[in-house]
Design a protein around this ligand. Structure first.
Ligand code: PMP
Length: 360
């Protein structure tokens, strides 16, 4: 079977070993006589998967003991609303750094629920850079500061994170969770839809500091209250069992690669290959992100004309490159090179890009 070079932005490539293992275990999960999808979420077999996924994520990402790991539904998009619902009180202000469409969406949800402030933004320059962290100054009555650590559409990524003292830092890490080592203790909360670096869609990972949970109002509807999920170990209602199972296989794969630091090193090599190709193209390919803000997960660039872009994408498709069109809101091209995209796919892409440039 021929696998394509998968540069999809999400859902995205999964490690081939994970797919194979899921296939092997698919019909008769651990000799239960059932597929995992057919097992009760209260069964011993599923419980082991659930607990292992939480424990493995804590170990691989070095999550300190004063944090909870939750598996929720509703995508990262529901977190945009749950965060202000749970953490904004009438006297407090949700502080947002705007670095792209997803932070705009996070802000828009908070605006419906309480007071907000934009404390930094790169909107005026088409979100092609990450604002300086020293300029990220919270308002006096800040409930939290929200950032989008990697901007999937614009292809920018925070290279370092601010130190905000007592003010909780909350990050949407949907498109770069587990792609590099981070100091979790800098954050009060991290959240991510799984469908880029962690597994299939359907499960959203929330890593939240226990401290942050103490003042949540009880008036919040049960399923939208973080406390519900903490008290019930993400089993208040039926969780997305199959997505969590695949996530646990992805974590096994991360461990087999040598852990997050080994993945980080390969991610850096993969991204450098493509950025070098852009930089050495004498202006044929123009990177969107400024140096210093470039994402190691989503490489965005344009070609000299719409027509060439169309040709580029058509030829790429014929050669087995998938997902290279830029997001419909900004056009151009984008190569999403999440953890599971092999370096060989990046090498093949660079060879194609160099050929294409020479031909035109
Ligand atoms: N945040 C970021 C950074 C994203 O890239 C995406 C999805 N591409 C979302 C939020 C929305 O995620 P979901 O579709 O899981 O709601």
């Amino acid at each position: 079977m021929k696998r394509v070079h998968n540069f999809n932005a999400g859902p995205a490539a999964l490690p081939f070993d994970v797919l194979k293992r899921a296939q092997e275990e698919f019909i008769n999960f651990k000799d239960s006589g059932m597929a995992l999808m057919e097992l009760s979420h209260r069964s011993k077999e599923y419980d082991q998967v659930h607990e292992k996924a939480i424990a493995d994520l804590k170990e691989l990402y070095h999550i300190p003991n004063d944090y909870e790991v939750l598996f929720l539904q509703g995508g990262a998009s529901l977190q945009f609303a749950m965060i202000p619902m749970n953490f904004l009180s009438s006297e407090k202000v949700g502080n947002y750094s705007l670095t792209g469409s997803w932070s705009e969406k996070a802000l828009a949800e908070a605006e419906k629920l309480g007071k907000t402030a934009i404390i930094s933004s790169s909107k005026e320059s088409k979100y092609n850079y990450i604002p300086n962290i020293n300029e990220l100054i919270p308002t006096d009555d800040a409930a939290y500061v929200h950032i989008t650590s990697n901007n999937t559409i614009y292809g920018t990524q925070w290279a370092e994170y601010p130190d905000l003292g007592d003010i909780p830092l909350i990050a949407d890490m949907s498109s770069d969770i587990l792609s590099k080592e981070i100091d979790i203790s800098k954050f009060s909360m991290i959240y991510a839809g799984a469908q880029k670096n962690l597994g299939p869609s359907g499960v959203t990972v929330v890593i939240v500091k226990k401290d942050l949970l103490k003042d949540i109002p009880s008036s919040i509807p049960t399923l939208l209250n973080y406390q519900t999920h903490v008290k019930n170990n993400s089993l208040y209602n039926t969780p997305p069992t199959f997505s969590i199972y695949i996530l646990s296989l992805v974590l096994d794969w991360v461990r087999a690669q040598g852990g997050v630091s080994a993945i980080e090193k390969i991610n850096h090599e993969k991204a450098s290959l493509i950025y070098n190709c852009l930089d050495e193209s004498n202006g044929f390919y123009t990177p969107h992100a400024q140096v210093g803000s470039r994402s190691n997960m989503n490489v965005t660039f344009t070609l000299p004309s719409e027509e060439l872009t169309k040709d580029f994408l058509a030829q790429a498709k014929e050669l087995g490159f998938v997902g290279l069109a830029g997001h419909r809101s900004i056009g151009g091209c984008r190569a999403s090179i999440y953890n599971a995209v092999p370096i060989e796919s990046c090498e093949a892409l660079v060879a194609f890009m160099n050929d294409f440039k020479t031909k035109y």
